[in-house]
Design a protein around this ligand. Structure first.
Ligand code: NAD
Ligand code: UDP
Length: 334
């Protein structure tokens, strides 16, 4: 079985490529390096012992994409490619709509032409907006508060319409909670450009003395210690969720959405304390005002993914914070 992985040199894509190869799949990767680096391909070879078949191209380029589908005997697709920074999407909405939606339309059109109708799509827990009930189930009300989230919600809608028009498609929509950590080798991990927006990469840079201190956005939420609560999931667990999903779409038709989370929420302070304790480092912080658009708490009901796909997260908080720091130390640009 040969899987096309779009955005396969990115954070989640690269970890998924490793697990696909570990599970005996052939992999073809497309990426335009808009948010990743060519060196990831060398690291993937080092980890897996396999040369990765790779096309550097923009997924919006349907002509080039047709060439890839002509050359490679693709059985199914995992579609990661897209822009993902919430704040940037607010300042550059057209860039986000153009890239995320155009690339998906181009992919789905070319897949239809080649009669390849099996796809796993990267959605996000952001489509739940400010949840009315916790833990969040897949049938919760959907809403978004920023253009990035809207692109995910629109693409979910496009996939649903596509399935209604042709029910020979097999589509798994994966709603990720908060992926963190890195592969155990320390060769691949999360490497955001500039000052990170997300909590874990920020903590890592503070611990590594690349940034002076963490700003904790609010300690007056209605949570156990007042700081925001999220469902952090180890990147290797998340990658393994894709193996379960691709196995499922290869063997079944239909469309469905699945939460990929652990079901446990941790507060910002719990994350900071776990990081300090496990890695034996200091993480100085200041409590500042709430960040615009943030919600108090968000964690998954992970049962549907378990019942239907057999997916259950295995790694705990210690492994998340340990692997995140291990990658940072091995790849520090200090
Ligand atoms: P990432 O930025 O590390 O990876 C995305 C990859 O897609 C990058 O390598 C980028 O170069 C590539 N890409 C972007 N546009 C492209 C295009 N037009 N053509 C070809 N390649 C293109 O992001 P990630 O964290 O690995 O996320 C993967 C997917 O999961 C994204 O769709 C993201 O929105 C979604 N997601 C991520 C998170 C998270 O916290 N990381 C949470 C929920 C959902
Ligand atoms: N957070 C924080 N300081 C930071 C980055 C994030 O206090 O520098 C908090 C944020 O308010 C939220 C949690 O950490 O409660 C997770 O934020 P992140 O941006 O990683 O994920 P998201 O909010 O998108 O779920």
């Amino acid at each position: 079985m040969r899987i096309l992985v779009t955005g396969g040199t990115g954070y989640i894509g690269s970890h998924t490529v490793v697990e696909l190869i570990n599970n005996g799949y052939d992999v073809v990767v497309i990426d335009n390096f808009s948010n990743s680096k060519p060196i990831v391909l060398d690291k993937l070879k080092e980890i897996t012992g396999k040369e990765i078949k790779f096309y550097e191209m923009d997924l919006c380029d349907s002509e080039k994409l047709r060439e890839v589908f002509k050359k490679e005997d693709i059985d199914a697709v995992i579609h990661f490619a897209g822009y993902k920074a919430v704040g940037e999407s607010v300042s550059k909405p057209l860039m986000y709509y153009r890239n995320n939606i155009d690339s998906t339309l181009s992919l789905l059109e070319v897949m239809s032409e080649f009669n390849i109708k099996k796809i796993v799509f990267s959605s996000s827990a952001t489509v739940y907006g400010d949840p009315e009930k916790l833990p969040i189930k897949e049938d919760a009300k959907l809403s978004t508060t920023n253009p990035y989230g809207s692109t995910k919600l629109y693409i979910e809608g496009i996939l649903k319409d596509l399935y209604v028009s042709d029910n020979t498609w097999s589509i798994a929509i994966l709603r990720y909670f908060n992926p963190v950590g890195a592969h155990k080798s320390g060769l691949i991990g999360e490497d955001p450009n500039g000052i990170p927006n997300n909590l874990m990469p920020y903590i890592v840079k503070v611990a590594n003395k690349e940034l002076p201190s963490l700003n904790i956005f609010g300690n007056d939420y209605d949570t156990s210690d007042g700081t925001g609560v999220r469902d952090y999931i180890h990147i290797t667990d998340l990658a393994n969720g894709h193996i379960k999903a691709i196995d499922y779409v290869i063997n079944n038709v239909g469309i469905d959405c699945y939460n990929l989370g652990t079901g446990t929420g941790y507060s910002v302070l719990e994350m900071v304390n776990a990081f300090k304790k496990t890695n034996k480092v200091e993480v100085p912080y200041n409590i500042v005002g709430r960040r615009d658009g943030d919600i108090a708490a968000c964690y998954a009901d992970p049962n549907y993914a378990y019942e239907k796909l057999g997916f259950k997260a295995e790694y705990g908080l210690d492994e998340m914070v340990e692997s995140a720091f291990n990658y940072a130390i091995k790849n520090s640009k200090k």
